[in-house]
Design a protein around this ligand. Structure first.
Ligand code: CUA
Length: 156
């Protein structure tokens, strides 16, 4: 019989307790709170973005009065479209994908802040109440031209 030191036994018990607590937390979250991994997330072949509608024609689409959808393609080192113009009060849902590496999609002073991962479509909505020129920036380091990767949103 191998002799296990008392402190080692205490340490092992401590480790097992943490494991039990974490498993209980995950189980509770899944069963009681209904947490599940994201489902119905859009995927896209990053090599075929240019042939995949609606990303084959990136840009702004009006779907109702004051309601828009904007399809963006992020690539090293820019966004397509580079600039869009919308009326004040417009609600825009952005759909963004990348053709190459991980990028960011960030519009300061709004809630628009998401990562853009090749193979996936990121989506975020915002209502632009205040007129002005909004900067769109890549805030995920993506290579040597990262700091040049920007666009703008004109709210009139
Ligand atoms: Cu794209 Cu940084």
């Amino acid at each position: 019989m191998v002799h296990v030191h008392r402190f080692e036994k205490i340490w092992l018990a401590f480790g097992l307790c943490i494991l039990a607590v974490l498993l209980a937390t995950i189980t509770t979250a899944a069963i009681v709170e209904g947490f599940v991994p994201p489902s119905r997330v859009q995927t896209i072949d990053p090599a075929k973005v240019a042939q995949t509608p609606p990303f084959d024609h990136p840009g702004l689409h009006q779907i109702a009065k004051g309601v828009f959808e904007a399809y963006y393609v992020a690539h090293i080192f820019g966004f397509e479209p580079q600039a869009i113009a919308i009326p004040a009060g417009a609600r825009v849902t952005f759909f963004v994908t990348s053709t190459d590496v991980e990028h960011g999609f960030y519009i300061p002073a709004t809630g628009v802040n998401t990562m853009v991962t090749p193979g996936w479509v990121s989506s975020v909505s915002h209502t632009f109440k205040t007129p002005g020129t909004y900067l769109l920036a890549c805030h995920e380091y993506c290579g040597i031209g990262h700091q040049l990767m920007a666009g703008k949103i004109e709210v009139k």
